[in-house]
Design a protein around this ligand. Structure first.
Ligand code: G
Ligand code: G
Ligand code: MN
Length: 417
């Protein structure tokens, strides 16, 4: 590992020196200054890999230092320290992330040596950037894709003509007992020369170029065929409800008068009852035009489809509108779920969403479950379903079937005890 260098800025010499010694103890070079002017001078000349920054100092506030670090394009990994309330620290951390800084985390005072060591040793990619950004507001499904020019209409329609899109399936299981509840279908695009292109890059352009309905149709046909042939046979696995198939719908599609007809006729053609299909809509998108949405969603519900509110917690919808719309499931956004292990706030948000969902008679699903600890927490708070890498990654149809077979055996074993 190349030599790591930590620069500490803190108006309290006792704390500043302590951080310096702990860092030296785990093999970092470390320097300390109580003076912001000197801090920026050392920063320029010494180029530290890590920075520990006190938020509240006389003469200069830490947020101002963060802004200046961002303006200087500082690439160091930053640890924020302060005696302030944890919420204030978190907010400052998020503000740093939104300024493009690499915020490793926050260190509340008083802190222990082991807390600081854990932060310093944190692997890249586990930083605060993953925390729910309260003010992020980047709808994945909205009317204004961020980079509509990136993938052209021609490229997309050729890909659709040439059937370059395939689908993968990610299981959803009961939080309690692990029974299979259903699969979510996710589109994949393998371009012959450009390689794999993620949905983040093709869904918004497909909406923008009015090709999303064709994409949805292809996703539907592939997944209904697979589902009709295989997954519906897994019925005995499920206590109560049979296995469902969740399909992501774009808000755009709600404007199309053909939507209800397309969905029902495809289901009929494949012999799948609409009650087995869950249509996932993102929170932001469902609220784009609440009146038209209410109309369309009600028609879909009357045909028997279930509706899921996807990425819940990231949008700005009012509770009132939520109550008005006929959803059957609420999916807690993975940005909260992935924070269960480190953030008490994330846990509170999840618990409230589960309670809210239940009080409205909705099933609560957590997506982005990446470890056993998170699953246990979800069990504790009586969340219904879980989805995430800890259970299984999205898989092609044949692999999903193998997974299901192994999963079934595991559950049967655990029941036999
Ligand atoms: O695997 P993941 O990277 O698959 O998906 C990223 C995002 O793309 C998810 O938020 C998901 O809702 C969206 N997405 C994936 N497949 C489809 C699809 O077939 N239609 C729509 N509208 N969105 C999809
Ligand atoms: O927004 P949409 O809910 O439809 O999101 C599905 C997306 O989440 C897909 O891109 C899928 O690959 C991704 N995903 C599913 N489980 C996990 C997980 O446990 N961790 C992470 N980071 N992403 C996940
Ligand atoms: Mn989804």
């Amino acid at each position: 590992m190349p030599q790591r260098r930590l620069l500490v800025l803190d108006d309290d010499p006792l704390i500043g020196r302590t951080i310096q010694f702990i860092a030296q103890g785990v093999g970092l070079q470390a320097r300390y200054t109580p003076d912001p002017g000197e801090f920026f001078a050392i920063l320029a000349e010494w180029e530290p890999t890590h920075v520990a920054l006190d938020l509240v100092m006389p003469g200069m506030d830490g947020v101002e230092v963060l802004v200046q670090l961002a303006q200087r394009n500082c690439r160091a990994r930053i640890i924020i320290t302060s005696g302030m309330d944890g919420r204030v620290l978190d907010a400052a951390g998020r503000s740093g992330v939104e300024h493009g800084l690499d915020i490793l985390g926050v260190l509340p005072k008083p802190f222990s040596a082991s807390m600081l060591r854990a932060l310093l040793d944190q692997a890249p990619g586990t930083a605060m950037a993953e925390l729910p950004a309260l003010a992020r507001g980047t709808p994945t499904d909205g009317a204004s894709p961020r980079q509509p020019g990136e993938i052209s209409a021609e490229t997309l329609s050729r890909a659709l003509e040439n059937r370059q899109f395939s689908v993968v399936y990610q299981p959803k299981v009961g939080c309690d007992g692990g029974m299979l509840a259903g699969f979510e279908v996710l589109a994949r695009w393998h371009h012959p020369t450009l390689g794999d292109i993620p949905p983040d890059r093709f869904i918004a352009p497909a909406e923008h170029h009015d090709l999303i309905d064709e994409l949805t149709a292809q996703v539907l046909d592939q997944s209904l065929q697979w589902f009709a042939r295989h997954a519906s046979e897994s019925r005995p696995l499920v206590l109560g409800d049979p296995v469902t198939l969740s399909i992501n719908l774009s808000a755009r599609s709600l404007r199309s008068q053909q939507l209800v007809e397309t969905l029902t006729s495809r289901c009929q053609a494949h012999g799948v009852d609409p009650s087995r299909i869950v249509l996932e809509l993102t929170e932001t998108s469902a609220m784009e035009d609440p009146v038209a949405s209410l109309d369309m969603l009600t028609r879909l519900r009357m045909k028997g489809f279930r509706l899921s509110l996807d990425d819940f917690g990231t949008g700005y919808s009012s509770m009132l509108q939520l109550v008005r719309l006929p959803f059957s499931e609420i999916k807690i956004d993975k940005s909260f779920v992935m924070g269960v292990s480190r953030s008490g706030e994330a846990r509170s948000v999840i618990r409230s969403i589960v309670d809210l969902g239940h009080s409205l008679g909705l099933q609560a699903t957590a997506e982005g479950v990446e470890n056993a600890e998170t699953l246990h927490y979800l069990q504790d708070i009586r969340c219904d379903l879980a989805q995430g890498f800890h259970i299984a990654r999205p898989m092609p149809g044949d692999r999903a079937l193998l997974w299901l077979q192994r999963h079934t055996e595991k559950i049967a074993d655990s029941i036999r005890g």
